[in-house]
Design a protein around this ligand. Structure first.
Ligand code: CTP
Ligand code: MN
Ligand code: MN
Ligand code: MN
Length: 364
């Protein structure tokens, strides 16, 4: 019998050093690990959650289907607990631990609540502690809800029905047409999962910019009021730009904080394109609108294309391996004490000394 080279032999340690396609051969394994990652997140164990996410991400980048644990070799980034889960799924088809999690009342309730737009782990956890279990409970016990959560609850079914690529493109066209009324020459770019090639997603991420610096200022509020006046907005919450380069970059310790672009978290009323909303004539769709000045656009595009894990790994690589701080606005070299400008995503990878990873290979 020829000894096969371990599948994971050439695996680079950071997800941003690897190519991770959308489709891979180890779906049952990554699903199991991601369930445990999610459950750990629900319990506030961020470290444990990250460990499972990392392990899943490594499996997504394997060149083939894993049939035995030994094929992994001494891969970095897959801990003992994850190995045990992998082994169980390989041997028995399921992991008893994962199945137990999926059936647990807490996991199911946390999942139900966190699927409400505007409800995070903290809120869901508090409601669970208070004995709430269903969406009806929230209404019947007059649970205090933010305006965002009220909208989330009102459109719960629509917002938890995947957005199809055609729907995302339609939203993009609507925004593009509206933007041209106020700022000819401005561009609208579909980012997020759709840019990575996903056929469907949970929302539509749109990035707006204009080739002349400064022209984009004020665009978002005019755009949103106009869309609203046309009856296209069911909910929106806008936030002004709070980023100033003179403040310097984020300190490395806070690299997961949100960026500070002018942005709008919204729910669009999308005319039905067939599918579940067809009978009623429309469907509620989550849309994120973000405005970036052209000089920051490549950083914004890189930051808003994801995946979340790919982004986290890029930032970790930048800080640990290069002593640089990367966020969705800029790249800062802490040794040379200067910002490294970039006109494209490719240039950002170059500054970091990384091989370019195209969007379709960022599904880490
Ligand atoms: N993002 C961000 N700040 C936020 C929300 C998102 O920087 N407040 C970035 C994330 O890092 C992610 C990208 O925007 O890389 C897209 O986020 P999201 O829409 O949550 O995920 P998708 O990858 O698009 O997946 P989905 O199809 O479920 O929408
Ligand atoms: Mn463990
Ligand atoms: Mn998205
Ligand atoms: Mn989004």
């Amino acid at each position: 019998v020829t000894a096969l080279a371990p599948l994971g032999q050439q695996m680079a340690p950071y997800a941003c050093q690897r190519r991770t396609p959308l489709l891979h051969s180890n779906q049952p394994l990554t699903e199991a690990l991601e369930t445990l990652a999610e459950e750990a997140g629900f319990s506030g164990s961020e470290g444990r959650s990250l460990a499972f996410t990392r392990a899943a991400s490594v499996l997504k980048a394997l060149p083939g289907r894993l049939s035995a644990l030994e094929e992994l070799g001494p891969l970095p980034g897959i801990g003992e607990h994850s190995r045990r889960v992998i082994q169980d799924v390989l041997e028995d088809g399921v992991s008893v631990e994962v199945e137990r999690v999926k059936l647990s009342e807490r996991y199911r309730t946390m999942k139900l609540f966190t699927k409400i737009f505007g409800v995070g782990v903290r809120t869901a956890s508090r409601w669970y502690q208070e004995g709430l279990r269903t969406l009806l409970d929230l209404q019947e016990r007059n649970t205090k809800l933010t305006r965002q959560q009220q909208a989330g609850l009102r459109h719960y079914d629509d917002l938890n029905t995947p957005v199809e690529r055609g729907e995302a493109e339609s939203v993009g066209r609507t925004v593009q047409e509206a933007v041209q009324r106020f700022l000819p020459g401005a561009s609208v770019t579909l980012a997020g999962g759709f840019r990575r090639g996903k056929p469907r997603g949970h929302d539509v991420d749109l990035l707006l910019t204009h080739p002349e610096a400064g022209r984009e200022a004020g665009l978002l509020s005019r755009l949103v009021s106009w869309l609203d006046s046309q009856g296209l907005i069911l909910y929106q919450h806008s936030q002004e730009n709070s980023f100033a380069l003179c403040e310097g970059p984020e300190p490395p310790g806070s690299r997961d904080v949100l960026d500070r672009f002018e942005r709008c978290f919204s729910i669009f009323r999308l005319e039905a394109q067939g599918g579940p909303g067809a009978a009623r004539g429309w469907k509620a769709v989550r849309v994120d609108l973000v405005v970036a000045p052209v000089s920051q656009f490549p950083f914004a595009l890189l930051g808003w294309t994801g995946s979340r894990h790919f982004e986290r790994e890029l930032r970790r690589f930048a800080s640990h391996e290069r002593k640089m701080v990367l966020n969705s606005h800029a790249l800062y070299d802490t040794m040379r004490k200067r910002f490294l400008p970039a006109a494209s995503e490719e240039e950002i990878f170059q500054h970091l000394g990384l091989e370019y990873v195209p969007p379709g290979q960022r599904n880490a």
